[in-house]
Ligand binder design. Structure first.
Ligand SMILES: [Zn+2]
Length: 368
């Protein structure tokens, strides 16, 4: 039974992997059925309205092929011990969500190649199938599916992100140069070039007189390619900056203060200690709260002697305490899980080391 999950329909689990279909798929299935009917009638005259059924069956089976292609990626990833979050079919194909905590180029190449390899094998089997199948309608379907699988396999092998071949090119450049980011840039730029080529293809093939269908289709594929490649570039640029996220150097030094201290007095102590951040500690010296700069500056000067520092502090929640060795990607994940403007940083003995401001993390990522 299909259930709604956001804007995707769930088809349940297959081989333990959640499979979803985007509603846009139904539009494309309708378009293929409508535009495919005259083609079917050309090859199989005398089917009448049955031609719509054949074209519709082709649309469904085409996506079964795409699903098998995605299973090629998913099962290979799982064999490597990489968790697979799910497969989604959308209007122009599908994608498999794989968690790649510690990617390696070799593994990326194999996982990426598995999908197109499966498509090419299916295409080859289909071509063989046309030799054995007797029924005209069935042979037509098998022939069309074989062609579709070969096209899917070959197109996905083109060395440009976000295609499978792009992932393979990225991993190859990464392996040869030892620089993951260089691999991303090369493969993503290739994706942008391919997007432009796809856009002009209908004009070239038709000698300057493209059909509306051809232009719309090329436009959609080019837009998807361009967006995917550009996103890959942005993610790559971000990843290259992750080493800058060193908690030890980003944390501001902080002074411990008692909770009943007036704000004015606490600010004086911070000034004397030459620090900009304050941590509220209990009588045993254990940190209980963080004082945000914004909350303190929001208190009018004349009120500060009458407000205790604890009143303007945010009590420490689980997730707001970071160890010094939480850096890079792990630091970003921690911030995403418990969003806050400040985090307490403790050393290996659990003592206050300093305060990490989210604004400083953002600044480190944004700097060129
Ligand atoms: Zn693929």
């Amino acid at each position: 039974m299909a259930t709604r999950d956001g804007r995707k329909l769930s088809l349940g689990r297959m081989a333990g992997i959640p499979v979803h279909v985007s509603p846009t798929w139904f539009i494309v299935a309708a378009v293929i059925t409508y535009w495919g009917e005259p083609l079917v009638t050309d090859y199989l005259p005398g089917l009448g309205n049955g031609a719509y059924v054949v074209a519709g069956a082709f649309a469904v089976l085409l996506y079964v092929s795409v699903l098998l292609h995605e299973f090629g990626h998913a099962l290979t990833a799982r064999a490597f011990g990489l968790p697979v979050r799910g497969i989604t079919l959308h209007f122009l194909g599908g994608y498999t969500e794989i968690e790649r905590e510690s990617p390696t180029p070799g593994r990326d190449i194999v996982v990426s190649a598995a999908g197109p390899a499966l498509s090419l094998v299916l295409g080859g089997l289909g071509l063989l199938g046309t030799q054995v199948v007797d029924d005209d309608v069935l042979r037509f379907l098998v022939w069309e599916l074989a062609l579709a699988n070969l096209v899917v396999g070959v197109f996905n092998l083109l060395p440009a992100l976000p295609l499978d071949g792009g992932h393979m090119l990225r991993a190859t450049v990464w392996r040869l140069s030892g620089d993951e980011n260089r691999g991303t840039v090369v493969a993503a730029r290739a994706g942008q070039v391919l997007a432009a080529l796809v856009l002009v293809t209908p004009f070239v093939l038709s000698g300057g007189q493209p059909t509306l269908f051809g232009m719309v289709w090329a436009g959609l594929v080019a837009a998807l390619m361009w967006t995917g490649a550009t996103q890959a570039l942005a993610v790559g640029r971000m990843r290259a900056r992750l080493p800058r996220l060193d908690t030890r150097t980003l944390a501001r030094r902080a002074a411990p203060v008692a909770p009943d201290l007036p704000v004015s007095e606490a600010l004086k102590q911070a000034d004397l200690a030459g620090v900009t951040s304050l941590v509220v500690v209990d009588s045993a010296g254990r940190p209980t709260g963080l004082v945000s700069e914004a909350a303190v500056t929001a208190i009018p000067e004349q009120r500060r002697p009458w407000v205790t520092i604890a009143q303007s502090a945010r009590s420490l929640e689980k997730g707001m305490v970071l160890a010094l060795d939480v850096t890079g990607d792990a630091l970003l994940r921690a911030i995403r899980e418990t969003p806050a403007s400040e985090y307490l940083v403790v050393d290996e003995h659990g003592r206050v080391y300093g305060v990490l401001a989210t604004a400083d993390v953002d600044a480190a990522l944004a700097a060129r």
